[in-house]
Design a protein around this ligand. Structure first.
Ligand code: LLP
Length: 414
């Protein structure tokens, strides 16, 4: 049986499939759908008609090697935040000209890692611009700008605006020009990222316009990168509408054409979606191991701790939840329960007071839209094993795309 709060046919499974997948690959399990992942890549690629437009997949959302290869096949370039992300991107086939290293408070060695490979570096402070100048005099560099515009689903992920650690305050541009001059650097690009998850185009376009106004004061830019943040509706069961990408795209397109006409030099534009590409292509499966009542509160105890999915714990994020049942017992009436994991902290809560049918031991839960910042933020806390990841391919086959940790992995670094 399948119980889903989301109307319409479940996008992934018939009712039996979750049980087959878990019996083959273990629980919990990240299950991805190739065609949804590809569709999201294409939507982003087709966001505007402006010809020199590039989509840099922000791989922190999900850097599974197989998914990175698929993103590249779909024509996406990549962002990196660390040498580790560069390393994995190269393993997936990305070449140096396809990667933008958006550095934040990095060491000389970490900056050199990108420079040695010929990868464009974006710096986000004047001290790091100095560092770049020392390491790569005469080179090309990109600077991350904080235009003062910020947006996001939680204070912890708003990266633009006057109260964040990120990017260069435009009031320091004279000093920045001086550093560029003294190291003979050319400013090839400007980038920004206002924050993660907006559902209305307004703030993003405000950020775009603010950045372009500043860009006009630099003569030799090769590209301008507006960042990511494109939201997905996590509350589908409550009828949350989608971000109107067509509307955003057409407005953005007009702005880009306008800028290009007046800039006087051929210019490329980029966006950096992470969540939009990966989130909806994944259902995280877990198993119900206990149901209990504590002082009048009902709990459903699962194996999906915050080591597996951290978002609800860190940001109080909502993920819709489905139930799958192997036995003949029909699903009961709905009432509020708190769905928890197996980690030794009381904050280990997947969903608080969620309205679900009575769960039973052995039921499988499906946590929807778990493909972004799911596995990539998972950990071995409590010496728990991180789950496997599988891909439901377009040809109907299932492929293991990351094996589950083993106990031996827990001893690997000793
Ligand atoms: N570009 C930069 C420079 C970023 O820092 C980020 C995300 C992105 C692009 C992609 O943002 P997206 O399109 O995915 O919103 N762990 C949080 C989200 C953190 C985002 C960090 N930076 C979450 O689970 O909601």
């Amino acid at each position: 049986h399948l119980w889903s709060p989301v109307t319409g046919k479940n996008r992934f499974f018939d009712a039996a499939e979750p049980f087959e997948l878990i019996s083959e690959f273990g629980s919990p399990l990240y299950v991805y759908n190739e065609s949804i992942f590809r569709a999201r890549c294409r939507e982003m690629r087709n966001l505007v008609s402006y010809p020199r437009f590039f989509v840099n997949y922000s791989v922190k959302a999900n850097s599974n090697l197989t998914l990175l290869r698929i993103a590249r096949e779909e024509g996406l370039l990549a962002d990196a935040m660390s040498p580790g992300e560069i390393f994995v991107e190269e393993a997936a086939g990305y070449t140096s000209d396809e990667i933008l290293y958006i550095s934040n408070n990095v060491s000389e060695a970490e900056m050199r890692y990108a420079i040695d490979r010929g990868i464009m570096v974006s710096v986000d402070s004047l001290s790091q611009l100095e560092m770049f100048g020392r390491l790569c005099p005469g080179g090309k560099v990109c600077v991350r700008v904080n235009t003062g515009v910020g947006a996001g689903h939680h204070a912890k992920v708003i990266t633009g605006g006057k109260k964040t650690k990120f990017a260069v305050d435009p009031s320091l541009f004279d000093d920045m020009r001086e550093i560029l001059r003294s190291h003979r650097l050319s400013l090839a690009g400007l980038n920004q990222h206002i924050g993660s998850l907006f559902m209305e185009p307004g703030k993003y376009l405000e950020g775009v316009s603010a950045l372009l106004a500043l860009a006009h004061t630099f003569e030799d830019l090769e590209f301008i990168d507006f960042g990511g943040g494109f939201g997905i509706p996590y509350e589908k069961a409550a009828g949350q509408p989608r971000l109107d990408l067509a509307d955003l795209g057409s407005k953005l397109d007009a702005i880009l054409h306008d800028f290009a006409r007046t800039y006087g030099k051929s210019i490329a534009f980029k966006v950096e979606p992470g969540r939009y590409i990966a989130a909806e292509s994944c259902v995280l499966l877990g198993t119900v191991h206990a149901v209990k009542e504590n002082y009048g509160h009902r709990y459903v105890g699962t194996d999906v701790g915050f080591n597996v999915l951290a978002r609800p714990m860190i940001y109080d994020s909502h993920h819709d939840i489905e139930l799958y049942r192997a036995s003949d017992t029909p699903f009961s009436d709905l009432y509020p329960v708190t769905v928890v994991g197996n980690i030794c902290e009381s904050g280990d809560i997947l969903a608080k007071d969620r309205v679900l049918p009575q769960a039973q031991e052995g039921d499988i839960i499906g946590i929807l839209d778990a493909g972004a910042y799911g596995y990539s933020m998972s950990s071995n806390y409590n010496n728990r094993l991180r789950p496997a990841e599988v891909l439901l391919r377009e040809d109907g086959t299932v492929k293991l795309i990351r094996r589950r940790d083993t106990l031996d992995d827990l001893l690997r670094n000793f």
